[in-house]
Design a protein around this ligand. Sequence first.
Ligand SMILES: Cc1cc2nc3c(=O)[nH]c(=O)nc-3n(C[C@H](O)[C@H](O)[C@H](O)COP(=O)(O)OP(=O)(O)OC[C@H]3O[C@@H](n4cnc5c(N)ncnc54)[C@H](O)[C@@H]3O)c2cc1C
Ligand code: FES
Length: 285
Amino acid sequence: MSTASSEIIATPAADPLVPRIYRVEKVSHDLSDTVTLELMPRDGARPAFEPGQFNMLYAFGVGEVAISMSGDRKAEAFVHTVRDVGAVSGAITRLAPGAVIGVRGPYGVGWPVKEAEGSDVVIVAGGLGLAPLRPAIYDVLANRRRYGRVAILFGSRNPRDMLYRHELEQWRQRLDIDIAVTVDHADADWHGNVGVVPALIPRLAFDPQDTVAMICGPEVMMRFSVNALRDAGIPADRIHVSMERNMKCAIGLCGHCQFGPTFVCKDGPVMRYDRIAKIFAAREI
Ligand SMILES: Cc1cc2nc3c(=O)[nH]c(=O)nc-3n(C[C@H](O)[C@H](O)[C@H](O)COP(=O)(O)OP(=O)(O)OC[C@H]3O[C@@H](n4cnc5c(N)ncnc54)[C@H](O)[C@@H]3O)c2cc1C
Ligand code: FES
């Protein structure tokens, strides 16, 4: 086959910058400003993904944003949990079942779920940061016997804004994981922990030399969590954080997501803490 004819048969969908069309199958209204969407490709199957990876979701006529996978990788659909913070995320949260959306991905480096087998696992999430960690939690719980002690720590601003509340309750019923939830501000019905999520770390039982930690949430919360985990003796190369920077191309071409010498889209979003410790400490980067 000549070069010319192979160029002719190349399909636009093979271009990593061209979104594939997906259909919104289901919308769950998690919180007043947050929805979870199930998306199915209009043709063919959805690609496989690793927990911690993200897709670029394109709201037609509005724009494109990076959104993490938040569902089980065994599910048929892509599952995404989106908070309305601006024009694009707002347009996505208003989609109804049957609507179409553009999807590029999956992209990026995910959580070290496989590498953590045999070790204790500590998962620390703040607010919407539970969404990118949820696929990793599903994997660990589905293969529970492959891990040592497993702890999930979750912090929410208040009980009303608690993401996946029903699921947290279900996980809490399990006897084979430690789960602790805290809120910054309690209401009259809240009888649980009050305070920031890193404060829960010193109460945990784990073998610091043989623990893998995964953290996602606001950067300030991740900084304090890293400090608490380091104080508890976990080596820096066993701590992983998920970084968030504005994305455009998502494939390492445009430089929008630059974070020191790295690009969050292709070197992350999940990054090993020892590799970014210096730039992570500099708040302006
Ligand atoms: C790798 C990666 C994964 C992500 N995963 C998710 C996800 O699973 N779910 C999700 O909802 N978002 C996720 N985000 C963030 C999402 O991409 C942004 O919310 C989105 O870019 C906002 O775009 P916008 O056009 O709607 O708002 P913009 O117009 O860009 O922003 C409007 C305002 O909101 C502020 N803002 C922007 N982002 C946030 C934010 N995350 N929280 C609070 N304020 C913000 C801006 O500073 C601005 O003031 C992820 C980002 C990255 C890089
Ligand atoms: S978004 Fe373009 S280089 Fe990362």
